[in-house]
Write a protein that binds this ligand. Structure first.
Ligand code: ADP
Length: 259
């Protein structure tokens, strides 16, 4: 708390009163700290792939170029790291656009069945790579949702991609959607590695990962769930996670139906 005492004296020889201005800066400090931490995180996340890229280029220039096998392996790594940087920047831009409410203002009519159908080919291909069974179960006659269609699709896609990323081979991933009273529920369920209970409250923070090494290995940016949370909130919705370590997780999105 900051306290400022201001003298209320028109005539410097005569004090007519003192005004105390008490300002709570806890919230301001918290925001400022979060911003500083975010910038530090972004810098670190950008720097890691860049260091790796420049390191491999340097090694190539110093002679590794002559060995075809080594050269191809190094080029592959440079390729993967470049892709990671691109994804990271795309995710950062999305996050900042949602936060600025630029994208959230749209009012498209969103038919969930259509969104799921559009995602199907890409998701099936991802699932197939890991022999994961992907299925959907949509209640008939779901009413439409109104908002930014692209964001809505990205929200489901992020959840489904995570479900596939964090589920071992031969597992199952399922998307369900149903209406209960005046809400639409979208549930993304997997039979994956699960999330330790103590991590769940922080899961939606930017760059928060349960297992940094695993996230990196599967190509994660650490921003997927932060984006999901922002999108869900832009629909005035809510998101919950149920998970059992080693058994699987379910992410439950609840969105109000607006007539
Ligand atoms: P990332 O890019 O690392 O996947 P996210 O923001 O999408 O970042 O997710 C944050 C973390 O939450 C992940 O690093 C992972 O540890 C955990 N996580 C997300 N989805 C799942 C899931 N379906 N099963 C298990 N862990 C998950």
């Amino acid at each position: 708390i900051y306290t400022n005492f201001i003298r209320l004296d028109m005539d410097p020889n005569r004090i007519i009163g003192v005004m105390a201005l008490i300002q709570d800066v806890t919230e301001m400090r918290k925001l400022e700290n979060m911003r500083t931490e975010f910038v530090a995180n972004v810098s670190h996340e950008l720097k890691t792939p860049l260091t790796s890229i420049s390191g491999f280029i340097e090694t190539l220039k110093n002679g590794a170029m002559d060995n075809e096998k080594v050269r191809n392996r190094f080029l592959d790594i440079i390729d993967i790291e470049t892709e990671r940087l691109t994804r990271l920047i795309d995710d950062l831009l999305t996050l900042s656009a949602i936060e600025n409410h630029k994208l959230a203002k749209k009012r498209d009519e969103i038919i969930i069945k259509e969104i799921i159908r559009e995602m199907n080919m890409m998701v099936q291909a991802l699932a197939k790579q890991k022999s994961i069974t992907y299925s959907t179960e949509l209640e008939a006659n779901l009413p439409p949702i109104y908002g930014n269609r692209d964001l809505f699709k990205q929200m489901i896609l992020n959840l489904v991609e995570n479900a596939i990323k964090y589920t071992p081979k031969n597992g199952q991933v399922k998307v369900l959607s149903y209406k209960r009273y005046d809400h639409i529920f979208i549930v993304v369920k997997d039979t994956g590695i699960g999330i330790p209970k103590e991590h769940i409250p922080r899961l939606f923070e930017r760059f928060y990962r349960v297992d940094k090494a695993r996230s990196r290995k599967v190509g994660g940016t650490g921003l997927g769930l932060a984006i999901v949370k922002h999108i869900v909130f832009s629909f005035d919705g809510d998101i919950k996670v149920n998970s059992k370590l080693g058994k699987g997780s379910e992410f439950i999105v609840k969105i109000p139906i607006i007539e």
